[in-house]
Ligand binder design. Sequence first.
Ligand code: GLU
Length: 508
Amino acid sequence: MIRTRYAPSPTGSMHIGNLRTALFEYLVAKSQGGTFIMRLEDTDTARYVPGAEQIIYDTLKTAGLKYDEGPGVGGDYGPYVQSRRKTDYLVYAEELVKRGGAYYCFCDKERLAKLHETSADGAAKYDRFCLSFSKEEVAANLAAGKKYVIRQLIPEGQTTFTDLVYGDITVDNSEMEDQILIKSDLLPTYNFANVVDDHLMKITHVVRGSEYLSSTPKYNLLYEALGWEIPQYIHLPLIVNENGEKLAKRKGDMSFEQLVKIGFLPEAIINFIALLGWSPQDNREILSLQELTECFNIKGLSKSPSKFDIKKLLWMNGEYFKKMPDGEFFEMAKSHIANAVKRKGIDAKKLAEMVKTRIELLSDIPGLLDFIDELPNYDISLFTHKKMKTDSQIAGDALNAVMDNIRKFTSWDNTSLYETLVEIAQDIGYKNSQVLWPVRTALSGKPTSPCGASELMELLGREETFARIINAMNLLGVNSINYVPSYKRVNDAASKDSVNVATGGANE
Ligand code: GLU
């Protein structure tokens, strides 16, 4: 039975890399019907950042990564918290000393500082000064109450392990330091607590970022020295930004909370993160957590760095809005709509339906609806559209024809309005688009709008519709008494060209 754990240290906000580790810990277990747990590694008080643990809990909850066991009541499990566990890590360290895998070190801060100072790069490894003490000397120091730490004794040679993604990795032991396992306050360092707890919690698979590849042998030497079974390792590839650099807060790379605050949907973020270094090996890109759980396979993990492409995340977010039920979307969007549109009598639900398929973020909404309260100033060049086969002259004619036939607009609903506009186009021998496009432009004053002419008419109402059309006719100079629309000259040989342009096979 597979058992995985997400083991964060509360050292700051939850970054994309951290969340990806949590997600893959979850998927490795859940895809095989295994158990996923969460263990907070908070024994290193020097690195503790207040509030960080709450961010971790909230993020996992928002992301839907539920753990299967832990302290807590009923099915609502709490995470394991190392500092609150009753594990006596010291006992395990003492056992390790007995087995020759660790030793007591009585060096004081001053000696260690001097050691660093006198080294060429200021980062000397511990010189094993205390390793030369005899058993009796150690016992005497301990009996005298001398402060100590316990250090791992790294043997000579090389250590090799197999990672399920990266294959065999060999590290020369000389690259490793005799790291501290138990600090002078007798609490474990997180490296040691991590190994002891993984053993006690029967973790079968350790999933984490590739930055841990080089320190894994250190952990494995501890397992071996204690006679414990080494877990399987799955190291995840680096995540890089657009410039190919490792993601980092100081470079402006965002945390999960920041992305959610901007308006990214947790489901979209999870989907996006799942594809950072993994693929389902078919062409699917939109996968819910449930679908990911069903199709996850470690064979889909890659070694090469994966790029955090914000454009892809934006696209994905838009796809999640499209898939969302209308009612749910409305609840999310309504405050944005209310802020963007103050005009009376506008159906906010209709607006929500219109923008739902056109946004990537909720903050795109005001930009799509800004023309409703106030028609923007626009240039008549907007009426020229090659594909719609319109230009300012055709637009003038079309709008003129609409006003000429104002009596035809008896019902004010989208379907009837559309039919009437099409009928007017036919009457004057124009393509549908040659009437619809000018009306749409006159009503929105923009090159794009979240809906077509008849929907805009329905939305804005009769009075505002005709006021905006008259405004457009004024801009186009069509309101003068002398204006002669070209459609009246259909049979006039002199104006045949303009008629041909007007009827020239445009699609709406
Ligand atoms: N506490 C370590 C961290 O936050 C966990 C390392 C691991 O997953 O083994 O980076």
